[in-house]
Design a protein around this ligand. Sequence first.
Ligand SMILES: [Mg+2]
Ligand SMILES: [Zn+2]
Length: 164
Amino acid sequence: MTKAIFLDRDGVINQERKDYVKNIEEFVIFENIHDAITLIKNHNFLVILITNQSAVNRKLLTIENLDKIHEKLQNYLKMHNTSFDGVYFCPHMPNENCNCRKPKPGLIIKAKNDFKIDLSQSFMIGDSQTDVQAAESAGCKGILLKQNQTLLELVVDLFESEKI
Ligand SMILES: [Mg+2]
Ligand SMILES: [Zn+2]
């Protein structure tokens, strides 16, 4: 049985920017992210990135630059002997009414089908209510990262709580 922890990107993995992360220079990874991801994988969960990137269809960010950003992230993690198992993004703007922009569950469902994930054993961690809503619509548990809480702190708590 495959289980996964889905992670939001901006505000969880890297510094959020009100004007969007538009290039590799603006992509600033938080400390200890690799430790959090390693800990998750040691508990036999896949780690999958689920991110809204409407900057693409707002024409502020090219797909090429988005790919470069995610390549930088994966290379950074690989340097620390870990990586995301999957990376899923929604390029759409809210008015496009797609089924993949969180709070819609489309990206989580796509990952579930690609990896045959048991969502009832899986979690989505994000810093926004829309992350929690997407999780609940998909049928997994949503966990809200608190302000001033790091992903590593949340993940340590989660596994120590023995809720999973
Ligand atoms: Mg976020
Ligand atoms: Zn979408």
